[in-house]
Design a binder for this molecule. Structure first.
Ligand SMILES: C[S@@+](CC[C@H](N)C(=O)[O-])C[C@H]1O[C@@H](n2cnc3c(N)ncnc32)[C@H](O)[C@@H]1O
Length: 172
C-alpha cells in the first residue's frame, strides 16, 4: 500500500485518517503509515532471506505493519514479538491471525518504548523507508543486533535505487 487513499479506504470503517495522524503524533511515530509487506509471497521471501540470522533466535520486529512478516519469521525463529503502534493494521490482519497465529509469534499493540524494558531479544529488525532513525533507536533497546533490512539492501546495491530516494530515506 503506497498511497494514503488505500489507508483511508481501509481505515474508514474504524477511524478517520486525521485520527490516525493525531495518534501517530501523540505517540511520537515518525514513520509514514505505508505498508511495504502486503503479500504472503513477499513476507515468505523476506523471512527466507532473514532465516540464517534469525534461526532459533528471539526476534523483535518494530513497526510490523500487517504482521505478515512476523508470521513467516516464526517458521525459523524460536520466538517472535511483532510490535506495531498503529491499530489499523491489526484489524486488517485479524482473520489470518485467527486461523494461523502460532503461540510463539506474539503481536503487541503499542509503541516499542512501551515494551522495551520487558523484552530482551537476540535480533531486532524493522522494514521502513521513513522514520528510519527513530525505528533504529527503538530497535537498539531490544537487542544487540539490529537489522534495517531495506538499508542493507540499498547498501548492497546502491546503484539499483534512486539516488534521491536513497538520500531522503535518511531524513524523512
Ligand atoms: C512504513 S510502515 C512499514 C510497516 C511494515 N514494516 C511494512 O513494511 O509493511 C512503518 C510502521 O512502523 C510503525 N512504527 C513506527 N515507529 C514505531 C514504534 N516506535 N513502535 C511501534 N511501531 C512503530 C508505524 O505505525 C508503521 O505502521
Amino acid at each position: 500500500v503506497s498511497d494514503l487513499s488505500a489507508l483511508k479506504l481501509f481505515a474508514n470503517e474504524y477511524v478517520e485518517l486525521d485520527e490516525i495522524t493525531g495518534y501517530s503524533e501523540r505517540h511520537g511515530i515518525h514513520a509514514a503509515p505505508f505498508l511495504t509487506v502486503t503479500t504472503n509471497e513477499a513476507a515468505a521471501l523476506t523471512a527466507q532471506r532473514l532465516a540464517p540470522r534469525i534461526q532459533d533466535k528471539v526476534v523483535v520486529e518494530i513497526g510490523g505493519g500487517l504482521g505478515l512478516l512476523a508470521l513467516h519469521m516464526g517458521v525459523y525463529a524460536k520466538r517472535v514479538f511483532c510490535i506495531e503502534a498503529n491499530p489499523v493494521w491489526a484489524a486488517g490482519f485479524a482473520r489470518i491471525l485467527m486461523e494461523r497465529k502460532p503461540p510463539h509469534v506474539s503481536y503487541l499493540f503499542g509503541t516499542a518504548a512501551e515494551f522495551a524494558d520487558y523484552i530482551h531479544a537476540d535480533v531486532a529488525l524493522f522494514l521502513t523507508h521513513s522514520g528510519v532513525a527513530q525505528m533504529r533507536q527503538a530497535a537498539e533497546r531490544f537487542a544487540p543486533e539490529v537489522i534495517d533490512l531495506y538499508g542493507e539492501l540499498i547498501d548492497e546495491n546502491p546503484d539499483g535505487f534512486d539516488p534521491l530516494a536513497r538520500f531522503l530515506r535518511n531524513i524523512i
